[in-house]
Every structure is written in structure tokens, then in C-alpha cells.
Write a protein that binds this ligand. Sequence first.
Ligand code: FBP
Length: 319
Amino acid sequence: MTSLLYDIALAGKVIASQTSRGGLAEILGKTGATNIQGEEVMKLDELADRMIYRLNDHTGRLAVMASEEQEDILPVSSRFPIGKYVLLYDPLDGSSNIDYNVSIGTIFAIYRRLSQSGHGTLEDCLQKGRDLIAAGYLIYGASTMLVYTSGMGVHGFTLDPTVGEFLLTHPNIRIPEKPKYYSVNQGYEKFWSDGIKHYTRYLQGDEPDANGNFLKGFSMRYIGSMVADFHRNLLGGGIYYYPADSKNPKYTSGKLRLSYEGAPLAFIAEQAGGTSSNGTTNLLDLQPEGLHQRTPLFIGNRDLVEKAEEFIRIFDHQE
Ligand code: FBP
């Protein structure tokens, strides 16, 4: 598994070498294609997707892969040995920010295969987050970082471009008990349920909880790249949420994908002392039904996530 993490780190270095050159690298803009999500594919989405696949399809470590950019599972070519691990990934998170030099990232989730032998299957890719053996993300920002967990704490590494290596800079990351931030696209407020509207006013300190307690009010920060918003809250304390909304018929059950966005970040949050929810259930306990299944998502400090569940229970009658 360590070698698999190295392969992912190498893909991250290659992607970082492109993102850091931005307009110089002819890497900005759209390809003109639309992906399975119905989203316009950015050139960097395509490059990152190809890079991660190519750097992992021949190593003999993987049985199957799945990507946000590809409709179906990605079997390992029969030309190469087939391994025991399963890799799911969002090659480029925060695509809408690529052309604006804003932090973006890559998210990955690693499972052990369930199928006995031969090519991996869809079932291998539809495992609950509780069965993750490792998960992490790369963030391409002021510096490039790799943050991961294999169930023994969360550790952050920073890419030293002078030696081309990720060096340990953030050992054993713990979400600070005292949160500072809430992160949500408040531009969509009018499309939210009552529970989410009341909860957001609670985070702003404008409304009490069920026990009549007011918060002092948190600072709102929203980059629009989940990896970057999650990373800030992981280090500074806070909650990121993307609830279901009525704005887009596609997002009535949330925008973000359970298998390669929600579950891996939920595993990291849990390992760092935080938690996650879809509004009623921990994301790690959700059984994915489809590769690109969407979910409402609340992730960060445990008490803030549990508070979200409480407001949803009270105002949206979701027992
Ligand atoms: P992708 O870029 O991988 O599709 O991820 C979804 C995402 O960009 C998140 O990173 C981000 O938090 C969210 O969507 C932004 O959505 P919106 O523009 O609706 O706020």
C-alpha cells in the first residue's frame, strides 16, 4: 500500500508541475467535452484523470479504479498483473476555480478488493466508507500538499520543489476543538430547507439552538474548492457543508459524490477527531448504490455536524 501512495504522490507531483505553470502550460480552459456529471471538462481535469490512471494501471497493485471523470469502472489492462487494491479518485476537485489561480485538489480513496481474483468489479468500488483502508487528498495551492490517513491518524506532507519530494510537515493533524469557520455557498440559501436556513443562522450567532444557546458567530469562508475549504477547516476548525437544494433538479440529493469526495474526506475528518453526515447518517455508514451517487454533505467539527443533524431533525422532520 505504501507503494500505491507513492504512485499517487508521483501523479500529484506531475499535476502540480502543470497547475503551478497555469497559463504558461496551455493547461487552462475547457476541452469542449462534457463528462458523466454533465459538467464541462477542463483541460486540467482531463490531464489529471489520465495521469492518475496511467501511473497506476501497470503497477500490479490495483484490481480496478474509478474516476469522477469516467462513467464506468476502469479495469486494469490484462497486459499487466492485477493487484488487491481498489482506487477511486476525483482527479481535479474545484474545477470551477482552475482558470482563476485558486487552490484546487485531487481526492483519493483506497479499499481492499472484495472479489477473489481476476479483474476487479463494480462491487469492489461500491464499498462503505467504513471499509476504507486509506484516503487522502492533494492540494495545489500556495504550496502543494499531500494529506492522508491509513487509519493511524492524519498526516500532512509538503512538496519541496527543490528536491521533488513530499516532506512530513504536519504530523498527526487534529481538528481544533474551538472551530472558527463555516463554509457553504450561501448564494443558494433561498433553495435550502428550513433546517439548513435555521442552522446557518445559528452558525452566524443569530439564532439559538434547541436549548436556547447562541454561538458568538463564526467567520464565513468559501473558496468553492471543497479540498481547500476542507483543508482550512481541518487545520483551523470549522464545518464545510453542501446540503441538498432545490436550485438544480440534479442536486436534490446534494451535489457532491459519496464514493470519491464524501467518504474519503469523512475518513480523514474522523481520524482527526471530527465527523461527517448526510444530515441524518454518518457518511462512512452509507452504502453506495452507484459510482457517481450524490449526497448532502456536512463535515468538520463533531459538535457542529451533530448540531446540523439536530436542526434538520427539528425543522425538516427528518427523524
Ligand atoms: P468538482 O470540481 O470535482 O466537480 O467538485 C465539486 C466542487 O467544485 C467542490 O470542490 C466545491 O466545493 C463545489 O463543487 C462548488 O460548487 P458550487 O459552485 O455550486 O458552490
